[in-house]
Ligand binder design. Structure first.
Ligand SMILES: [Zn+2]
Length: 86
């Protein structure tokens, strides 16, 4: 039994079928109404946008880590920390 992807209600006669890009692949999703389809699409767009922001944030972070100046500070800090514990 197929259910609505948005409200998980049983699908009646007015089934709305959409092919949506979920960020990785195309998915065939079914909705009980066009309202549910619109809501689901909005949610998906938001999820995809947030995913891209995470990816961009990670890229930014990796450049900071590979930055030689910051890397030097990091080594210095860890050296002091080990000296203090011993
Ligand atoms: Zn629904």
């Amino acid at each position: 039994m197929k259910r609505c992807a948005q409200c998980h209600g049983k699908l009646g006669l007015g089934v709305c079928s959409r092919n949506l890009w979920n960020g990785w692949w195309w998915v065939d999703v079914r909705f009980c109404s066009s309202r549910c389809a619109a809501l689901y699409e909005l949610k998906q767009q938001d999820t995809n946008a947030r995913r891209w922001r995470t990816v961009l944030a990670r890229l930014k972070f990796s450049t900071e880590v590979t930055d030689p100046f910051r890397l030097a500070i990091g080594t210095q800090c860890s050296a002091t920390a080990t000296a203090a514990t011993t």
